[in-house]
Write a protein that binds this ligand. Sequence first.
Ligand code: CP
Ligand code: NVA
Length: 308
Amino acid sequence: MLKLNKLVNKNFLSSLDMSTEEVLNILEIAKKFKNNDLKIESLNKVLGLIFDKSSTRTRVSFQVAMSRLGGSTVDLNPNTSQIGRGEPIKDTARVLSRYCDVLAIRTFNQSDLEEYAKWSSIPVINALTDLEHPCQALADFMTIKEEFNDFKNIVLSFIGDGNNVANSLILCGALLEVEVRIACPKGYEPNKLIINKAKETYKNKNLLQITNDPYSAASGANVLYTDVWSSMGEENQKEDKDKDFNGFTIDNNLVKRAKKDVIILHCLPAYRSKEITNEVLESEKSRIFEQAENRMHVQQALLSLLLS
Ligand code: CP
Ligand code: NVA
């Protein structure tokens, strides 16, 4: 049954800020928004967007989601606000709490996001940090559910860097009891704390595998997922990483190892012929643009719950 219950946690800073039931509820509400089966148009609330890094999908999907709910957004660019001048987060957060109803923040350190949340009286959403990208993971699992109807026996293999996107897939996958395999070169494994939290969340189920072998990870997978090798803020490591990730490209050879009905995901933006070939990205197995669309639906669902 569809419930528009408030979320237990005020903020969405990590995938683990939601319970399994809350994630499933968000996915259900998002699907209703997508199918035009649910209309909430009178929220008349304001979302503040603070983006310390570039964004196309996250920024625009939040803006459109808010407008579909009858609300509006304020785009706070650190360079043209006092944030860039170094005004303390605790001051910015307290001031913005008096103007806005919710904040979505994209920044580097998870601890800065937590500082915003600590001093804000309004909900704070993680719009990507170096550690996590939880809104992305919601859209990813919505896309997987659309394809396979449920998460039973689904194997999700992420081939690439153990980065923010991988971390949120691991945590959200643990909530949904999805088997998650991460294949990355040695030294690029996901954060240990995230792995431990996921193991606790999975309880005794041994459904998380970290490997350095992309072929074994892809074998029998239902979903093959990748992301850029060098994330925003890692531009100076690009040359080294391009070498270290040799062999971790999702190409047709890797796709052949997966299930026949495998789908390909990528959070975008992509570097064709680095982490994924153009052929695979554009193939009929790709659900990458559905996945991008779903960002808007899950965020509309998230906002409607945080603001209702
Ligand atoms: N996937 C994603 O977060 O894209 P943007 O950087 O364009 O927001
Ligand atoms: N890992 C990438 C994701 C971009 C959406 C980054 O942080 O740049």
